[in-house]
Design a protein around this ligand. Structure first.
Ligand SMILES: [Zn+2]
Ligand SMILES: [Zn+2]
Length: 277
């Protein structure tokens, strides 16, 4: 589901990193193996990891400072300590991924600090982002619902980092910022006008035109000031008279020209001012 989402956004060169974090029957055994392994290596771990040993020794593996080092020292890997059922689950996940052509690498350092994860843990990475390369992470959460007090219910989930996704889209030339109409600030006076301003704002945004409204109950003067500060290209004014006439005043902030436009024609009017640069 996650990978398909990114494919539909047109993204390329994403790599799925895949691991299994086992289940409540095999993970504690692995955890103990790790603790045994780290027992005489505490001195070589960073401060964070020494703390992690108490709470979550698995997390040492994804430590930037220690993960690679511990791999080189032959740290036991969870994939070598999965119970039979977890092993076959992990095999199956890989077969299914291959069957639908999703490229993946097995990443035994990909662990999670959260107990509700079972079996699958994954991250989707875009390498050119360097240290920020993980765009999405998730897995199987069979323990989650029970942990928050519900009946034992299997589950999956993932989270996407919006900024990283935007960076990835930008890197791949897929982030097209609509150009044309300069940002608009709608100045509204009174409750009814404010409600109308909100509707107009949504209509403008639906046409890829940036539009702001006052959210702080400012006076007319205060809103005009805010419009200036926001760098609005146009200020759209709705007062009592305009409301009664179902009109707005559109003020071009550069030329200071102001004209009345019927409310239901505002979007069309703004689009007719779209520049092509
Ligand atoms: Zn298991
Ligand atoms: Zn560390």
């Amino acid at each position: 589901l996650a990978f398909q989402l990114f494919r539909e956004l047109g993204l390329n060169d994403l790599v799925l990193h895949l691991n299994s974090v086992g289940c409540p029957s095999c993970r504690p055994i692995y955890r103990q193996k790790l603790l045994d392994f780290f027992a005489d290596k505490k001195e070589s771990l960073c401060d964070d990891c020494r703390e992690r040993l108490e709470k979550n020794p698995l997390r040492v593996l994804d430590c930037k400072a220690d993960g690679e080092k511990m791999m080189n020292m032959g740290v036991p890997l969870i994939t070598e300590h999965l119970c039979e059922s977890c092993q076959s689950h992990f095999q199956q996940v890989q077969q299914y991924l291959q069957a639908v052509g999703i490229p993946f690498v097995k990443d035994p350092r990909l662990v999670r600090g959260l107990d509700y994860y079972t079996n699958t843990a994954f991250e989707i990475m875009y390498a050119p982002l360097g240290a920020q390369s993980t765009v999405c992470g998730g897995g199987r959460y069979d323990g989650l619902i029970a942990e928050v007090g519900g009946p034992s219910t299997p589950g999956i989930g993932f989270a996407v980092g919006m900024e990283r996704l935007l960076l990835t889209l930008k890197e791949q030339g897929l982030l097209t910022v609509p150009v044309g109409v300069p940002p608009i600030f709608i100045v509204a006076l009174g409750e009814a006008a404010r409600a109308k301003a909100f509707v107009l704002q949504q209509a403008l945004r639906a046409r890829q035109i940036a539009a702001e409204i006052d959210l702080m109950g400012r006076s007319m003067k205060g809103q005009m000031k805010a419009a200036n500060k926001a760098g609005a290209g146009y200020t759209v004014i709705i007062g009592e008279e305009e409301l009664a006439r179902q009109e707005v005043q559109v003020r071009n902030m550069t030329t200071k020209e102001q004209i009345a436009v019927p409310m239901n024609e505002l979007v069309t009017y703004m689009e007719s001012n779209r520049r092509d640069d």
